[in-house]
Design a protein around this ligand. Structure first.
Ligand code: 5MM
Length: 342
């Protein structure tokens, strides 16, 4: 492992003003997204949609540091035969790859999940590197509900995350470590804080045991946030303050950056929260975005599968990427939302 090179890639992924586009929806998830805009999820439509995003030159070169791809996409070519990976590189962004293989029920832990994909990973990683991937992603899913999460689920997922991260670094690939505590329930922000704190502590303990170099990784956590169905959801200032407190307690300063998931927040909420955290300032790591839905909901709607809407889709994507780029520097303002990028 060349740690200096891993660190260089990791720092570029969280460079101020830029963040990560999570375009790694698995076939099932992209189908759900396409169903919502009445587009059939064919290989060509998935290619056309992602090509539209990667060819949005201003967004990609100004505000996007890297793109997380799904296995199908990393091998795909644009309509004119250019590999999609090349489009990303030509825009100055770094290609990355989701290497987990989704979740399965965790035996002995009703209602809880374990992320699959460690088998064969040492063989897959060099192929992805050769194809251009310089970072990878693995997502563990922790749900909050009656009697969950269990210690067994937290521990098993943390172990798998660290195992994945160590394998990535051995293959000269920066691991994005994503332990996602879902915001699906009606829990309070304080319950989310408490669970996320436990999850992060356990994850960093496992990363330490398995000798993962913190300088060569990126953390992708959820924010400390109220559940979507909670009655009195915490406001922007409270989310920012509690998330920063949580991270300061759990994430060593050696980690170059933290790139949040959006997790079902509205587009503007996700931007406002990131901005408010960066306004607090004086943080040991760069804080940015690695959003899927909060970057793509608007371009998906604007595109709606029609070739004639490509420019509108790109404009919607550029606007969200711009807003989040500003938020990564604490320079976003709500009134910029009405001034759509040209
Ligand atoms: C893009 O969505 C990814 C999920 O893929 P699958 O569930 O299909 O495997 C997801 O991991 C994503 O990268 C993160 O959760 C961030 O996305 P959001 O939408 O939460 O910002």
């Amino acid at each position: 492992m060349n740690l200096a090179d891993l660190n260089k890639v990791a720092r570029a992924m969280v460079a101020p003003g830029k963040g990560i586009l999570a375009a790694d929806e698995s076939s099932g998830t992209i189908k759900k997204r396409f169903d919502a805009i009445n587009v059939e999820s064919t290989e060509d439509n998935r290619r056309d949609y992602r090509e539209m995003l990667f060819r949005a030159r201003d967004a990609m070169s100004e505000y996007i540091s890297g793109v997380i791809l799904y296995d199908e996409t990393i091998w795909q070519k644009a309509k004119d035969g250019t590999p999609l990976v090349k489009l990303i590189e030509q825009a100055g962004a770094i290609p990355g790859i989701k290497v987990d293989e989704g979740t399965k029920p965790l035996p002995g832990c009703p209602g809880e999940l374990i992320t699959m994909g460690l088998d064969g990973l040492p063989t897959r990683l060099p192929k992805y590197y050769e194809q251009g991937a310089r970072f990878a992603k693995w997502r563990a899913v922790i749900d909050i509900g009656a009697g969950i999460p269990s210690y067994a689920a937290i521990r098993t997922n943390a172990h798998a995350l660290a195992r994945y991260a160590a394998l990535c670094q051995a293959a000269q690939i920066v691991p994005i470590v994503e332990p996602e505590v879902l915001m699906d329930g009606d829990h309070s922000i304080d319950r989310c804080f408490e669970v996320t704190e436990f999850v992060l502590k356990e994850t960093f303990q496992e990363l330490y045991y398995q000798k993962v170099a913190l300088e060569g990784m990126i953390l992708k956590p959820n924010m400390a946030i109220s559940g979507k169905k909670a009655k009195d959801r915490a406001g922007v200032a409270e989310v920012a303050e509690k998330t920063v407190k949580l991270l300061k307690e759990c994430v060593p300063a050696a980690v170059p950056g933290i790139a949040f998931l959006s997790g079902g927040q509205s587009d503007e909420e996700a931007t406002a929260h990131l901005d408010a955290m960066n306004r607090i300032g004086n943080l040991p790591w760069n804080l940015t975005f690695s959003y899927g839905r909060a970057l793509q909901a608007a371009p998906q709607k604007a595109w709606s599968g029609k070739a004639g809407n490509v420019a509108a889709g790109q404009q919607a994507f550029t606007h969200r990427a711009h807003m989040n780029g500003l938020a990564s520097k604490g320079e976003w303002k709500a009134d910029l939302e009405s001034k759509k990028a040209a």
